[in-house]
Design a protein around this ligand. Structure first.
Ligand code: NAD
Length: 483
């Protein structure tokens, strides 16, 4: 694959490239991708800057029409894109297909934003004057995305950037560059003018920092880890750029004594292990009232033993590999630290070989018991298929433990009591709350984002996207003839 700059597919200025391997079969090479540097970023930003005046001058419905056509392209290519995504990132094919459908839905939602309001009209102190606000674009926007939702996250950042009149420099993750390239190709085929969307591929430190430091990039929307997010924030805030950070999670499912335990078991396990636990909204802590601790633990153990781990292209696979050797090492290391701190491993956690005994970054989903709320397993984002059980005395202690982490992305409670459900929704520190539902899963048309260290107090998706990708102008028009 190549970079896409100024409407042309091209190699990196350096001529350097890297190979991306299939994380389920490391000898299966997906392809090679450019290792770009600041020179490529400079060219991409220049192309985006040159394209901006004409793009913002185009009517919003005309911009939306291009997104509609891109959605059609994504829908038509969905099955092929899903296979590419599964091979490149290890996401099981059923989940990858659902993500391709979702990416098309996201483009359609934002295409329709072109036909919704871009401002408001007010009654002013002056009865003769027309007083209104107008949402205007920002300029050249940088988009930096992770690999775990390689179509959906670029879609929910790039589509609003474009429909509201911005031009874009997009840096996907190295582990998902081919999928990102296929996404950009759909937008290009849909008729996006040259320079409106530019793709630059390569190392995060090199390109991500070059985008953040570039004086012509007025805003950056980033989804990824807290460590990278805080580095970016320093660079961006120091030069006064607008910044949106969507970061990690340590999401709890609180199970109360009156809960439907079968429902809780199924949704907690899926929340913990789908996409091998590599979701920011993955369930990673089960906080359970003591009265139902034993029966829930037994159910979880039984359900864990039924999980199918294997080739992401196999429709029967629930859990595929981790995305990289680096992630595998990190997940194995965190489990070892958890055990050293006294957590009891009830199930799984061992490294597995790939399909047919080939090399792959597989780990058997792990269930830990007797996890202390202060331990690494209960505090740090693991980003792997690892679930920790934390027993608590009662609802009050459950809320305290659930809130006792630095993150606040998503949370679930399982209960049949309305008073408890309402109290949980009110008191939990989380941007996404589910009553009798999975912590994971995001609807395309509603605001999404976290509290505390999980976000920069911003929200993505749905109508909330207009907040980040536009700025407001307040206009008063007074007829000259009125004295
Ligand atoms: P990451 O932070 O390693 O990388 C994210 C992006 O930043 C990639 O494109 C990467 O190349 C780039 N990058 C890396 N180093 C950089 C640097 N020094 N400067 C600028 N850019 C740099 O994250 P990841 O491993 O790709 O994704 C996993 C993380 O993303 C998890 O923490 C997860 O919780 C988070 N995530 C959050 C959400 C959300 O909406 N809150 C959604 C998905 C993933």
């Amino acid at each position: 694959m190549q970079n896409f700059i100024g409407g042309e597919w091209q190699d990196a200025e350096s001529g350097a490239w890297y190979e991306r391997e299939n994380p389920a079969r490391t000898r299966d090479i997906i392809g090679r991708a450019p290792l770009s540097d600041a020179r490529d970023v400079d060219r991409a930003v220049a192309a985006a800057k040159a394209a901006y005046p004409a793009w913002r001058a185009m009517s919003a419905p005309a911009r939306g029409a291009i997104l509609h056509r891109a959605a059609d392209c994504l829908a038509a290519k969905g099955p092929d894109l899903a296979v590419l995504m599964a091979r490149e990132t290890g996401k099981p094919i059923v989940e990858a297909e659902a993500e391709a459908v979702r990416a098309a839905d996201i483009l359609r939602f934002f295409a329709a934003e072109a036909e919704r309001s871009f401002g408001e009209v007010y009654e002013g102190r002056d009865a003769q004057a027309l007083l209104y606000t107008r949402r205007t674009p920002l300029g050249v926007v940088g988009i930096i995305s992770p690999w775990n939702f390689p179509l959906a996250i670029p879609a929910w950042k790039i589509a609003p950037s474009l429909v509201f009149g911005n031009t874009v420099v997009f840096k996907p993750s190295r582990e998902a560059a081919h999928t990102a390239g296929a996404f950009v190709a759909c937008l290009a085929e849909a008729g996006l003018p040259p320079g409106v969307l530019n793709l630059v591929v390569g190392g995060g430190e090199t390109i991500g920092q070059a985008i953040a430091a570039h004086p012509d990039v007025v805003a950056v929307s980033f989804t990824g880890s807290n460590a990278v997010g805080s580095t970016l924030a320093q660079t961006l805030t120091a030069r006064g750029a607008k910044i949106q950070l969507e970061l990690g999670g340590k999401n709890p499912a609180v199970v109360l004594a009156d809960a439907d335990l079968d429902l809780a078991t199924e949704l907690i396990v899926l929340g913990a292990v789908q996409n091998a636990g590599q979701r920011c909204t993955a369930t990673s802590r089960v906080i359970v009232e003591r009265d139902v601790y034993e029966p829930l633990r037994e159910r979880l153990l039984e359900r864990f033993s039924e999980i199918t781990v294997g080739d992401p292209l196999d429709r029967g696979t629930l859990v595929g590999p981790l995305v990289s050797a680096q992630r595998l090492k990190a997940v194995l290391g965190m489990m070892a630290r958890g055990e050293a701190e006294g957590a009891k491993r009830l199930y799984g956690g061992e490294r597995l070989s790939g399909p047919g005994g080939e090399d792959g970054y597989f780990v058997r989903p792990a269930l830990f018991d007797a996890v202390s709320p202060e331990s690494v397993l209960a505090q740090e984002e693991i980003f792997g298929p690892v679930l920790s059980i934390i027993p608590v005395r009662d609802f009050e202690e459950g809320i305290a433990v659930a809130n006792g982490v630095r993150y606040g992305l998503s949370a679930a409670v399982f209960t049949n009591r309305l008073d408890r459900a309402l109290a949980f929704a009110e008191r939990i520190d989380a941007g996404v709350v589910r009553i009798n539902g999975q912590t994971a899963g995001v609807e395309p048309h509603v605001p999404f984002g976290g509290m505390k260290a999980s976000s920069s107090y911003s929200r993505e998706q749905g109508r909330a996207a207009i907040e980040f990708f536009t700025q407001t102008k307040t206009v008063t028009i007074r007829p000259p003839s009125v004295s």
